[in-house]
Each structure stands twice: as C-alpha cells, then as structure tokens.
Design a protein around this ligand. Structure first.
Ligand SMILES: Cc1ncc(COP(=O)(O)O)c(C=O)c1O
Length: 408
C-alpha cells in the first residue's frame, strides 16, 4: 500500500462514501401514518405519547417517564422539580451541550462546573465533591459520548450532602454501567431525542424517575403547571413552560424504542474494534473500553496527543474519512458571553449580582484544567450502527497511516 499521505499527493485510503445513518424504517412510517389518520395529534388526548411514556419507563425499569419537546426541556423539567431558590447552585459539566446549562439559568440558579477526567472527558466524583457548597441543590451528571460516568460514586456524594442527582443521558441512551442502565441511578434521568441521538423523534425529550411525587411535578412542569388529573380544572400549580410532546413524536418514539438496544450493542462492538485497531498508532491515545460498563459511542472520540490535532484531521479527511478536532473547542461556559459577562436577563446580571448569591462567580478556563486539556486533543468521528467492519478497518487504516506519516 502506498504510504505517502493523500495530503502530500499520495493515494487515498478510502474513496467510496460511508453509508449514512438511516434511523427510521417501516415501523416508524406505519405508526406515524396511523397517528395522522387518527385525526388527533395532541398528546394529552391521544394514545401514542402515553404509550411511549409507559414503554420508556418500563424499558428502564422506572416507575414513571414524562415526555417533553427536547433534551433541554427534559433537564428543565428536572430542575423545575428541584425548585431552586434564586442563586442556589447546580453542578454541571464543562464539556457538554448548552442544554445541560441553560435550564439552570432559566430557573434562576447558578451553574457551577465540575472538572472532567482528561481522558474519558466525564465529570470526576472528586471535582463534583470539591465544588459542593451550602448552596448546592443538585448535580447534573452528564454521561458524555456514550460512556457512563462513575455514577455509583456520584450517588454516594449526592446522598452524603442530601442533594438531588439528575443524570443527563442525552448522549448515553440504553447504556449499562455494572449491568444497569445509566439514567436509573439518580433521582431523575434525562434523555434528548434529537436527530443525532441513539434513538430519535427529530426533537423530543424524556425524564424518568422512580418517585411518584417527582413524577407529578414533572408532569405539571411540562404543561404550565396544569393537568386535570392532579389539579382542579383550569388551576395552575406554579410558573412553568409548555413542553408538550405531540402524537407524531410519540408514534416514532415507540418504534425507536424497540431498536435502541440493537443500536447500542452494535456501536459498542464497532467502537471496541476501532479502539483496538488504533491502539499502537503513534501520537494517538484511544479511550479504551472499561470492563464494568458499555460504551455506546454517541460519536467515536479519541485523543491526538503527538500531532497537531487540526493538521491530523485535515490529513485524515484527505484520506477520505471525515473527522474534526476539539468538539466544542472551549469549556461550554466560554462559548458565548452569557456566563463570562453575565449577560443573562437584559443587563440585570441576574442571578449573579442581585444580593441572592453568597459569592462572586468567574467563569474562566482555570476552573477546569482537565476539560481544557481534553478539548485541546480530542478528535470526533461519526461512528454509527449502520457502518460495517470494512468502514471501521478503513477508518483505522486512515488514522494509522496519518499517525505514521504526518510531517514526514
Ligand atoms: C449531553 C447533552 N445534554 C443535553 C442536550 C440537549 O438536548 P436537545 O438538543 O434535545 O435540547 C444534548 C443535545 O445535544 C446533549 O448532547
């Protein structure tokens, strides 16, 4: 095989395009059509959303599941249950989607960022505990890129300090840690059903819990504090948004739920193979599987430690495999000025400057050195369940070729 990199005029490793992910099939079409033909797409008076919630809860072995319109909404419901006082603190992740941060601010609480392990990029129990103060009300534990966090240790911390544990499983559907799904360890588990997720309804969200009181509050919070079953007609329990899911999402969600374990098992297998095939590539640090947990690879990630990651990705792209460096580039609190400059509600700076906080908050990179390090080296590749072994072998060949040939 020609070892000259395609970037330097050599032959490409891969010329054929990769298969695209196709999450929807016949069952989704049938159920969706049935929902439309029922002449009712309103979730509260239909059957699909109710069935989807019931089956989602059963799948996770949880008593209750409350649907909503997005992963951000699913987390907002959970924060709504916590009902923080203005200025209370909620710990979250520095490498994540803004959906793990915005609900905290929207409920007038203050986000505090725990640091991550620079290899796995998951929040560390040690940093979570170090960030707890007498204002901490909850932890949002983000299981990133399909790899479960050390959730048992975080459960112990939450219990020790009597704070609520919310698991954000948006990137980690149906994935087992010590034989049990993440999302079932904390007080509430939240899931995004956005298009890129392991199971999807285009957009959508789900929040699960074991606790009936929590469920009632989740339900009320998802619909303006309003539900005939739990409130008198036209009474509204508290200030809350409308995050109602429609029958269209319910129908597609039901079909997706049947497939999700297959998706996770396939990604786990393909990701493990790719880790193995790039284990000896110079300047590359894979994030290997761990014996006590599955990895469902929302995207495949690894670290480029011995080359410039941007140059590396450019060279791999030239080989015919599309990958990108740095994921979100900076810790999430530095992407935009809403935290660095406290641009929250108009110019008020609320809840940071209104006598409701007990300390000053500065959101700089020094808060999370592990996250800064990880973001400087991480490379993301779109592994998915419809790829085959040849796709993985070609991707590994491109990575190995570039790792051996870059700069030569
Ligand atoms: C970890 C994590 N949390 C929350 C969200 C928010 O989900 P949504 O985009 O459905 O609001 C996402 C979505 O990308 C995510 O990856």
């Amino acid at each position: 095989m020609n070892k000259k990199l395609a970037l330097y005029g050599g032959e490409k490793t891969r010329t054929a395009p990769f298969t695209s992910r196709a999450p929807f099939g016949k069952k989704e079409e049938e159920l969706l059509l049935d929902a439309v033909r029922s002449q009712n797409l309103f979730g509260k008076s239909g059957t699909y959303v109710k069935d989807f919630e019931k089956q989602f809860a059963d799948f996770y072995g949880m008593g209750y599941a409350q649907s909503s319109t997005s992963g951000t909404a699913a987390i907002h419901l959970a924060v709504g249950v916590v009902d923080p006082e203005p200025g209370d603190e909620i710990i979250t992740a520095p490498i994540t989607d803004p959906g793990s941060v915005m609900p905290i601010l929207i409920q007038n609480a203050v986000p505090v960022f725990a640091d991550v392990d620079p290899l796995t990029m998951n929040m560390t129990p040690k940093s979570i505990e170090a960030n707890i103060t007498d204002r901490t009300r909850a932890i949002i534990l983000v299981h990133l890129f399909g790899r479960p966090c050390n959730v048992e240790e975080v459960v112990k911390i939450a219990e020790k300090y009597h704070i609520t544990l919310i698991e954000d499983c948006s990137q980690c559907h149906a994935t087992k840690y010590k034989g049990r799904y993440v999302g079932t360890f904390g007080h509430m588990g939240c899931f995004s059903l956005q298009q890129s997720k392991h199971m999807t309804t285009g957009d959508g969200g789900m929040t699960v819990t074991h606790d009936r009181e929590t469920y009632i509050r989740l339900k009320l919070f998802s619909d303006k504090g309003w539900d005939y079953q739990y409130m008198a007609d036209r009474d509204h329990a508290f200030v809350a948004p409308n995050y109602r899911m429609t029958e269209m999402q319910g129908a597609v969600g039901l079909a997706q739920l049947e497939k999700v374990r297959g998706v996770i098992e396939r990604r786990h297998e393909l990701g493990a193979l790719l880790c193995e095939l790039i284990a000896d590539a110079p300047g590359i640090t894979p994030i290997p599987p761990e014996g006590d947990r599955e990895v469902s690879w929302w995207n495949f990630v690894f670290h480029v430690t011995g080359h410039d990651p941007d140059e590396f990705c450019k060279a791999v792209r030239a080989e015919g495999v599309s990958m990108g460096a740095h994921y979100i580039k900076d810790p999430i609190f530095m992407r935009g000025n809403y935290l660095t400059e406290k641009r929250t509600y108009g110019n008020s700076g609320f809840p940071f400057h209104h006598g409701v906080t007990s300390r000053e908050y500065n959101y700089g990179p020094e808060l999370v050195p592990g996250a800064v390090q990880a973001l400087s080296t991480v490379v993301v590749w779109g592994l998915h369940e419809h790829l085959d072994e040849k796709d993985i072998r070609d991707t590994a060949a491109a990575i190995n070729k570039v790792a051996n040939g870059l700069g030569k």
